[in-house]
Design a binder for this molecule. Structure first.
Ligand code: TXA
Ligand code: MG
Length: 328
């Protein structure tokens, strides 16, 4: 696995981006599908390749806090505090956009999402590029996000995406935390790689979690109910119910797999061991769902992870990925 792409790969990526083409880029969260954020025709190719509705805004990726004012205006101190604390890293800030930031990027809103990713390859790419890279996760609309270069290759043809920079498996594995700093209150729009508690500690006050309002649903595709989903039906629920369901379904001749951190040695169905700590779980969940999705199961049965703040981003994604949820 190429963890350091050659200078030739980086130059090829820069040339493609400047020519208005798409490039797959590694980040510490998930892989992105990048286009020059200043070229509307290039950004339009992202939406076409993903099959994504045009009014969904995309995050603009920048090298660091020095580029914040290139894209945002009336930037509150809190934005600088959070950027200094967490960039480069898995935090996206929603701010008032500069007038030049196009509707293609913002989905017609007067705000822009900005993030400085921590992956060294993409950080270097952004430094050399100088501008901003519009990049959603590099997956078909609604599908599981990619955490390896190979996952990205499975999602798009070579005509759609000529080059994917291979930066290995993503460290964090779930998308960035999105915080809106527009208006007079900070709001958590999507839980992710940086915990809410860490953000509140920097800001010195509590923030609201706002993922369920209908306007947020319309505007933020990661907030739609069916998202991050494998093609195979995914059912989630508590351990005992899931074990029982797995036994019944397999007795009925269904090919099922149980994703759980409580492996039983003699289960009458296939088990997939899941980590019992949230960081490892997040790092592996998308790759595991993709891998199982290719194995011809009738159903993927997943034991809901523990409650607790450190599992928030994982619960959020699993809730949206599940086709059916069984309660205790
Ligand atoms: O970790 C990540 O954030 C990854 C990597 C590639 O950086 N990107 C990512 O992009 O998850 P995407 O497009 O799959 O999800 C970005 C979310 C979407 O829900 C989008 O609607 C929201 O960010 N978003 C972007 N700009 C916004 C804005 N101005 N206002 C509200 N939501 C915004
Ligand atoms: Mg996405």
């Amino acid at each position: 696995m190429t963890l350091a792409p050659s200078p030739a790969d980086l130059s090829a990526a820069l040339a493609l981006l400047r020519a208005g083409e798409l490039v797959g880029i590694p980040t510490e969260t998930v892989y992105g599908l990048a286009a020059d954020a200043s070229q509307d025709a290039a950004v339009a190719k992202i939406f076409a390749a993903k099959g994504r509705p045009n009014d969904h805004p995309v995050i603009v990726h920048i090298a660091g806090v020095a580029q914040l004012a290139d894209w945002a205006q009336n930037i509150p101190d809190s934005a600088y505090q959070l950027a200094e604390a967490f960039w480069p890293g898995p935090l996206t800030l929603i701010l008032e956009r500069q007038a030049h930031v196009s509707d293609a990027v913002t989905g017609g809103q007067d705000t822009v999402g900005l993030r400085a990713p921590a992956h060294p390859i993409t950080h270097e790419l952004l430094l050399q590029f100088g501008g901003g890279l519009a990049a959603p996760s590099a997956n078909q609309f609604g599908h599981v996000s990619p955490t390896t270069a190979e996952h990205v290759r499975h999602e798009f043809s070579t005509e759609q995406v000529r080059l994917i920079l291979d930066g290995g498996a993503c460290d964090v594995g779930v998308e960035s935390t999105i915080v809106s700093l527009v208006g007079n209150q900070a709001k958590l729009l999507r839980p992710g790689g940086i915990s809410r508690a860490a953000i509140e500690a920097v800001l010195g006050h509590a923030i609201e979690h706002h993922s369920t309002s209908s306007t947020a649903k319309q505007r933020a595709s990661g907030l739609l109910d069916s998202h991050y989903a494998p093609r195979t039906p995914l059912i989630t629920g508590p351990l005992a119910s899931m074990q029982q369901l797995a036994a019944t379904e397999s007795a009925n001749g269904k090919k099922v797999v149980l994703l759980t951190s409580h492996i039983q040695d003699h289960a009458p169905y296939t088990e997939q061991a899941m980590p019992n700590n949230p960081a490892d779980y997040a790092q592996q969940i998308y790759a595991t769902l993709r891998q199982l999705d290719r194995q011809g199961y009738d159903q993927l049965l997943l034991v809901t992870p523990p409650e607790g703040a450190e599992w928030l981003a994982i619960h959020d994604r699993l809730n949206r990925a599940a086709h059916k949820k069984i309660n205790a």
